[in-house]
Design a protein around this ligand. Structure first.
Ligand code: SF4
Ligand code: SF4
Length: 89
């Protein structure tokens, strides 16, 4: 891995956990993660957050055989962009 995932910490993924079967269990009922702190716009369990919320860990666990890190970053950034454009909801 050559560079960290360029997360802007916009929080949009944490506010759309209902969109993926893998994060659905985090939904507090309106699509927002039950661990997302709206006031500080941060994860309230950041150091204990599940693997699915850790891009680098998910890469190591599931995608390292099929994709380079740069490819995986690009795939994930596409989702970030879709969330930012408001198209998924
Ligand atoms: S949507 Fe993307 S850029 Fe925004 S917090 Fe999530 S991972 Fe980071
Ligand atoms: S556990 Fe934390 S990082 Fe994961 S979706 Fe919820 S608020 Fe975001």
């Amino acid at each position: 891995m050559t560079k960290p995932f360029p997360c802007t910490q916009c929080g949009l993924c944490c506010q759309h956990v209902h969109l993926s079967n893998e994060t659905h269990f985090l939904d507090r009922g309106d699509g927002i993660c039950k661990h997302y702190d709206m006031a500080s716009k941060a994860c309230s369990i950041y150091t204990e957050r599940p693997d699915i919320c850790r891009v680098d860990r998910m890469y190591s666990l599931r995608y390292v055989q099929q994709h380079t890190w740069d490819e995986f970053v690009t795939m994930n950034l596409k989702v970030c962009t879709q969330l930012g454009s408001g198209s998924p909801r």
